[in-house]
Design a protein around this ligand. Structure first.
Ligand SMILES: CC(C)(COP(=O)(O)OP(=O)(O)OC[C@H]1O[C@@H](n2cnc3c(N)ncnc32)[C@H](O)[C@@H]1OP(=O)(O)O)[C@@H](O)C(=O)NCCC(=O)NCCS
Length: 171
């Protein structure tokens, strides 16, 4: 995927507008079972913490994030197949971390399947560590926002964070 991506907060209105396209973004993965209902489900602070990357007005990537206790929890982070390994996932994490700074949240958590090796490698690359194994197939991971920002590089997230539009950065 080439050109400028626009990173914006995934509001309820944008989720409703793009629900079907968002649910379809990860369907090249056999495990993907999200449907538009999952995209639209209400969760604490979801419409402040979630993120959408648009390419020519259409969804290129999205992250569904909500508040869980003192942390921001990533429920789903999907980069469309044609955009992977181009630094978009990295930029998404940077935007999520930036939002956390703005919202006074110090930690990000997620769950990932052990069989999803590429996602585990991606999250570990940026400082997430396994905090628990649930059953045989599910890992809980966590990262401090500041650790994440340091690992993501010197570029500080912009003050207006997810509202900003920016060029893709190489991973
Ligand atoms: C996991 C995912 C979000 C990563 O996003 P991405 O845009 O492809 O990742 P980036 O290009 O930002 O990768 C940055 C770095 O993370 C690591 N990484 C990313 N994908 C990787 C992979 N498949 N294998 C090993 N390392 C990987 C690498 O260190 C990479 O840097 P490099 O390309 O210079 O080697 C994306 O592959 C994806 O959407 N996958 C399908 C959905 C999914 O599994 N989501 C997570 C669970 S919900």
């Amino acid at each position: 995927m080439r050109g400028t991506l626009e990173y914006v907060t995934l509001t309820r209105e944008l989720a409703a507008q793009h629900a079907e396209a968002l649910a379809a973004l990860g369907r090249d993965n056999a495990w993907e079972n999200w449907r538009s209902e999952n995209v639209l489900m209400e969760l604490p602070d979801k419409w402040r913490l979630s993120l959408l990357a648009l390419s020519r007005g259409g969804p290129a990537a999205y992250a569904v994030v909500s508040r869980k206790l003192d942390a921001a929890h990533i429920h789903h982070l999907i980069v469309g197949a044609s955009g992977r390994r181009q630094g978009i996932g990295k930029r998404m994490l940077l935007e999520i971390a930036s939002t956390c700074v703005r919202e006074g949240i110090g930690r990000i958590t997620l769950k990932v399947s052990t069989s999803n090796q590429s996602a585990v490698a991606f999250y570990e690359r940026w400082g997430f560590r396994v905090t628990a194994a649930k059953g045989t197939d599910l890992l809980e991971m966590s990262a401090h926002v500041q650790t994440l920002l340091a690992a993501l590089g010197s570029a500080r997230p912009q003050e207006n964070g997810a509202a900003a539009s920016a060029e893709e950065t190489p991973g």
